[in-house]
Design a protein around this ligand. Structure first.
Ligand code: 5GP
Ligand code: ZN
Length: 110
C-alpha cells in the first residue's frame, strides 16, 4: 500500500485531524476511534512500516520505544496499577485492519 492511501500516515501528517495525547520525533499516541475498553490508545510510529513482519534488522528500536511509551501512557492514564494489555495484531488473520504498524494499549475496566 502506498503511504498516500494509509489512514495512519494521514493522521501522522495531520491530514486527518486527531488529538495526539503524546508526540515525539518518532511516534504519536492517540485514542482509538472504536474503543474496545474504557481506555484504548494506539501508539503509531511516524515512519510507515506495514507491521511486525516488515520490520528490518536495523529498525527494532522503534518497537522498544512503542512499548516504553505505552508503559508511560498507562501511568498517565492511571491504569498502570490496575493493569492493562498491550498487543500488536499481525496481518489479516491476526486481526490487523490498518496496515501501518501500531501497538494497542487497552485498560480501565472496573
Ligand atoms: P488493527 O485492527 O489494525 O490492529 O487496529 C486498527 C485500529 O485503528 C482499530 O482499533 C480501529 O478502531 C482504529 N482506527 C481505524 N481508523 C481510525 C481513525 O481514523 N482514527 C482513529 N483514532 N482510530 C482508527
Ligand atoms: Zn502509513
Amino acid at each position: 500500500m502506498a503511504t498516500d492511501d494509509c489512514i495512519f500516515c494521514k493522521i501522522v501528517n495531520r491530514e486527518i485531524p486527531t488529538e495526539f495525547l503524546y508526540e515525539n520525533d518518532r511516534l504519536v499516541v492517540f485514542k482509538d476511534i472504536n474503543p474496545l475498553a474504557p481506555i484504548h490508545l494506539l501508539l503509531v510510529p511516524k515512519e510507515h512500516i506495514r507491521g511486525i513482519n516488515d520490520i528490518a534488522d536495523g529498525e527494532w528500536d522503534i518497537v522498544t520505544e512503542l512499548v516504553m511509551t505505552a508503559k508511560d501512557m498507562a501511568a498517565k492514564m492511571s491504569v498502570d496499577k490496575s493493569g492493562y494489555r498491550l498487543f500488536f495484531n499481525v496481518e489479516k488473520g491476526g486481526g490487523q485492519e490498518v496496515f501501518h504498524l501500531h501497538l494497542h494499549l487497552i485498560g480501565g475496566w472496573e
